[in-house]
Design a protein around this ligand. Structure first.
Ligand code: FES
Length: 187
């Protein structure tokens, strides 16, 4: 009785395994390569998104037209809205209400004061009696008509803003400042 011999391995069978392995490896590399390309493609806009605001310079002047000089009564504070276009790295909005400022006419000049309280950022109003200046409703900081602190926890005076008169219109360099610190630091 003869023992049956296992079927002889053919050359093609022995070569099929390495070819399959190579194919799988090639496919794997292609998938990884594709994933890397996809990740890089997705990462570029994300990096631009993150980096763009950093590229924007802070503290640049923003001259905004407000009211005509003759609309201001001598020594009487008037609150005016600051309306201007707002542009960030991606969009531009027209006629946006950016905040408000207090204007006090002093003869031919105008004193402009930020309406943001330097303490914690509440909106400063006029004092109950206007000649007394300004008062913050949040923690009772008070300021005289020139924005100098007279009482309360505000760490500094109200923040003054540069002004100029263009063709009879009061133009203000609208800025924001760090709150809660004694120094006037432009943001
Ligand atoms: S926010 Fe104005 S006194 Fe505190």
């Amino acid at each position: 009785m003869t023992t049956p011999k296992p079927p002889a391995e053919t050359g093609s069978t022995r070569e099929a395994a390495p070819e399959g392995t190579a194919t799988r490896r090639t496919i794997g590399l292609a998938v990884i390569g594709g994933a890397c390309v996809f990740a890089a493609t997705a990462a570029v806009p994300a990096l631009v998104f993150v980096a763009a605001p950093l590229a924007k310079k802070g503290g640049e002047s923003r001259w905004v037209r407000t009211v005509r000089l003759e609309q201001l009564a001598e020594g009487e504070p008037k609150r005016v809205a600051v309306i201007d276009d707002r542009t960030d790295a991606w969009t531009r909005e027209r006629g946006v209400d950016l905040g408000s400022v207090w204007l006090v006419r002093q003869g031919a000049n105008v004193l402009a004061l930020s309406a943001v309280c330097p303490h914690l950022g509440c909106s400063v109003n006029t004092a109950p009696v206007i000649k007394d200046g300004f008062a913050c409703p949040c923690h009772t900081s008070a300021f005289d008509l020139e924005g100098r602190r007279t009482s309360g926890p505000s760490p500094r005076n109200m923040d003054t803003l540069a002004t100029r008169i263009d063709d009879g219109v009061v133009v203000v360099d609208f800025q924001r400042f760090r709150i809660g610190v004694p120094e006037k630091v432009r943001l």
